[in-house]
Write a protein that binds this ligand. Structure first.
Ligand code: ADP
Length: 431
């Protein structure tokens, strides 16, 4: 039996025995030890209540079962203190490490109010911890791009917006949702990356531009020489022809690189003019038929819908897709070009062929610059490897993207959807 129980029994027996002895002297005296025993318990109960009510109060010592109870409370408290200290150390370490992060982090509750933020977030977003904790994020970050990203039902991966404090700074924010509706915003300064990308784009655009003029001159001379080939010795004919072809190729690559650089540059926004898509498609189908020497069956089905956009970018989308269906497929293939209006006001463009198809491992990479499934064949067909990259960038200006479905031996379908805000009624009937 535990010692505390023995003490308890000993005390009880002591009280009863002394009550018995004292009652032999005078009956009422027998009540005194019992009363003292009960009072002692009452006193201990009151001490216990005090200790439980005030977690900072010292835990007194006691004897018997009261001693055990107080000892247990003392031990539990020490254990909890140790846990609390450990937890505090962890929280401190977490706060220190997140404060040292170069990326900004903001924790939001379910109502979009700031619960916590690190130093980088405060600096990037121009916030102050003491002032802005508890504020709704959209009240303190007023960028329209950020607000529409934050409030969108289906969010893209991230959003870029100008820093509220310094408009030369570009921020990229990604929102991660956890535990139903709590979320964390991760904010990065991408100004340097953007600046480098812009420098690269400018370099390509300038280099292409600078190369185009001398190349046009060389091409002109080569064409003249080719026309007057009779004046040159026979051995010169093939090199001349080859030089003219290569100059043509280089000029096409440079023109494509310039188009791509122009499409990528953010400053060059879509010029919104009404464009007769059906006329563009007809032109493109005719030139594809010309390119294929009538060895391809190209069929066009089109609804009378126009687009509000830039004719040049739309022409490059249509031409690249239709010409690809011809040049990357053997003769005899049938090609269907469809321009269809949808009930929600948007419109779909589909270019489908029943040609050789593309293996699945290539599909994700087709829109990369200079990516070709068969480089040799593409070059021989006059391809630059930039066509689909141009299409991808041109489509992104309309908030659209290219989808490719293909199966080896069964052909390919290249499709894209133009959102309703770009689709308009025809201004006149296409001829
Ligand atoms: P290219 O100048 O070579 O046409 P693109 O960027 O337009 O470059 O196309 C990339 C590659 O995708 C092509 O080299 C070709 O291998 C493949 N491709 C594109 N369209 C088709 C198609 N309709 N059928 C089969 N392959 C295609």
């Amino acid at each position: 039996m535990p010692r505390s129980w023995l003490t308890e029994i000993f005390l009880l027996l002591g009280a009863l025995l002394s009550a018995l002895l004292l009652s032999a002297l005078y009956w009422a005296l027998g009540l005194v030890p019992i009363a003292l025993f009960v009072a002692w318990h009452g006193y201990n109960l009151q001490r216990l209540c005090q200790v439980l009510a005030d977690s900072d109060a010292d835990v007194p010592q006691g004897i018997g079962l009261w001693g055990d109870a107080l000892e247990l409370i003392y031990r539990n408290r020490r254990q909890m203190d140790r846990r609390l200290q450990k937890l505090k150390r962890r929280v401190r370490r977490f706060e220190e490490s997140s404060a040292a992060l170069p990326e900004g982090a903001v924790a939001l509750n379910g109502s979009g109010e700031i619960e916590w933020l690190n130093g980088a977030a405060a600096e990037l977003l121009g916030l102050e911890m003491s002032r802005d904790i508890g504020q709704r994020i959209t009240n303190v970050v007023r960028s329209t791009a950020f607000i529409s990203y934050f409030e969108a039902a289906e969010r893209p991966r991230g959003v870029e917006f100008g820093s509220p404090d310094d408009d030369r700074r570009v921020l990229y924010c990604q929102m991660v949702t956890y535990r139903k509706n709590r979320s964390i915003l991760v904010i990065r300064d991408v100004s340097e990356t953007r600046r480098l990308a812009e420098m690269r784009r400018d370099f390509i655009a300038n280099a292409s531009h600078e190369l185009r003029t001398p190349l046009t001159v060389i091409k002109g001379f080569l064409e003249n020489m080719d026309m007057a080939r009779g004046q040159f010795p026979e051995t010169w004919h093939r090199p001349l022809e080859s030089m003219r072809q290569q100059a043509d190729r280089m000029l096409t690559i440079i023109t494509d690189m310039l188009s791509l650089a122009r499409l990528e540059s953010r400053g060059d926004a879509v010029r919104a003019a009404p464009v007769d898509v059906v006329a563009l498609l007809r032109e493109s189908v005719e030139s594809a038929q010309g390119l294929g020497g009538d060895r391809y069956d190209v069929e066009l089905t089109a609804d009378e819908a126009w687009l509000l956009g830039d004719e040049q970018t739309l022409r490059s989308i249509v031409t690249n897709l239709v010409q690809n269906a011809v040049v990357h497929n053997p003769s005899g293939v049938s090609i269907q070009v469809a321009w269809r209006r949808r009930p929600d006001g948007s419109a779909d463009l589909k270019v489908r062929d029943n040609g050789q198809g593309i293996a699945p491992e290539h599909l994700d990479r087709l829109t990369e610059r200079f990516y070709r499934v068969d480089a040799g064949r593409s070059r021989a067909a006059g391809g630059t490897g930039l066509g689909l990259a141009i299409v991808k960038h041109a489509l992104s200006r309309y908030g659209s993207h290219l989808e490719v479905e293909s199966e080896i031996g069964h052909g390919s379908t290249f499709s894209c959807r133009f959102p309703a805000e770009h689709v308009i009624e025809p201004l006149r009937r296409s001829a």
